[in-house]
Design a protein around this ligand. Sequence first.
Ligand code: GLC
Length: 514
Amino acid sequence: MGKVGFCLAVSCAVASCAIAAILVSRRVKSRRKWNRVVGVLKELEEGCSTPVGRLRQIVDAMVVEMHAGLASEGGSKLKMLLTFIDKLPDGNEEGTYYALDLGGTNFRVLRVQLGGKESKIMGHKVESQPIPQHLMTSTSEDLFDFIASTLKEFVEREGDDYTVQLDRRRELGFTFSFPVKQLSVSSGVLIKWTKGFSIEDLVGKDVAECLQQALTKKGLHMRVAVLVNDTVGTLAVGHYDDDDTVAAVIIGTGTNACYVEQTDAIIKCQGLLTNSGGMVVNMEWGNFWSSHLPRTSYDMDLDADSPNPNDQAFEKMISGMYLGDIVRRVILRMAQESDILGDVPPRLTVPFILSTPLMAAMHEDESSDLTEVSRILKDTFEIDDVPLKGRKVIVRVCDVVTRRAARLVAAGIVGILKKIGRDGSGGVTGGRSKSIGEPSNKVRRTVVAIEGSLYSSYNMFREYLNEAVAEILGEEVAQHVVLKVTEDGPGIGAALLAAAYSSSNVASDNVTLL
Ligand code: GLC
């Protein structure tokens, strides 16, 4: 080999070594970055873990807080608001009733025709529209003007079937799904806003009175017969269909629960009531807090950035308004710590850009190459070409966040069952026997009505929730607990309650005393 040849060979060898070194170092770097992604995922999994032991601690904390909230106003972060609803519709109600449902993503107007014992709900009409974004932070006058105008248009479109009744005052149920301190079944003041609403001049005012004034101003001859929370409407519908229903849970934009509390428990706590039986209590469980809750740095950041920091901690870990954004925050951290998504995509930093339905769609993508995940990442964040292993990690993030949410709801439900002695532990906390002589430790069939798209339309969420209820209670007890989906429960239930508490019905006894 000549000198030139030798030099060439040496240069080639050096170059190959250099290239190999670069490749190795890139691979090492990329493995290191990938390890960071895996590290973020592992940390999330640990932070969100909900083994059954922890769920049981949450159940017990829920029971303790329920007692404390009932015992005194401000005694717990759980408000345990008395609703004054001490009777629920039982099927004898007759006539046409209206309802307005405000508090989720959509505003609904409903008309429900009740045919008495034989035909029960003969028909109902619902019109739904998204709440205009600007109204969520405007004035109470604008809000109620919008509500009354929408109702007026609805009534005017009804046609001849209903105009005959125009001379008769109609009864209306108002579902207003925010924390309200009830003064009676048909009046109550707003305590605070949740779920991104903030119309400051309404706080402390009687919400039903504001609505009544707006209706009168529009010339609508209607009486606000009941003011209820969406959980209470859902309980009314659940109980109307199945009188073993003792509680209702909402898992939608927000989350909350109500249940039938024995009045002697309330009397003992507050010395308030005179009748015996039960009363529906709106727990406002979205604000539940316990140190046992598996809270991560993502939850804390989301809370700090929210319009209501230090409020609604449970809701912020569970409901549809927030789950998508928790996932976005995790993906953002992964992008910041590695280059699996290239440079940090600017849209990934936009709060609430990833909605919970899109998150659910990624989670439930069953295609082998996760095409739906690719599409959503591209459409939402303008991220192209995420490798399959990156897409798999994102699906896993959705799974961890959803599973935690569903299992926390399960713990909340079992907390209620335990409080009313329906958890199979012997009824120590005041569950009623079906009939005198029935052994108190026999587990009765217990129905919990559930409304909200996270449970009704998100299969993985529903499966995780059902599975956790069975895990906490044990299969034997769990088979007596039925979680029943309602549809339009908040609105239809308000119409049913308007019928039960209508002026013509107030003195009658064709209702179930709780
Ligand atoms: C929020 C509200 C509560 C409502 C729930 C579900 O938590 O404060 O009143 O029931 O959302 O809509």
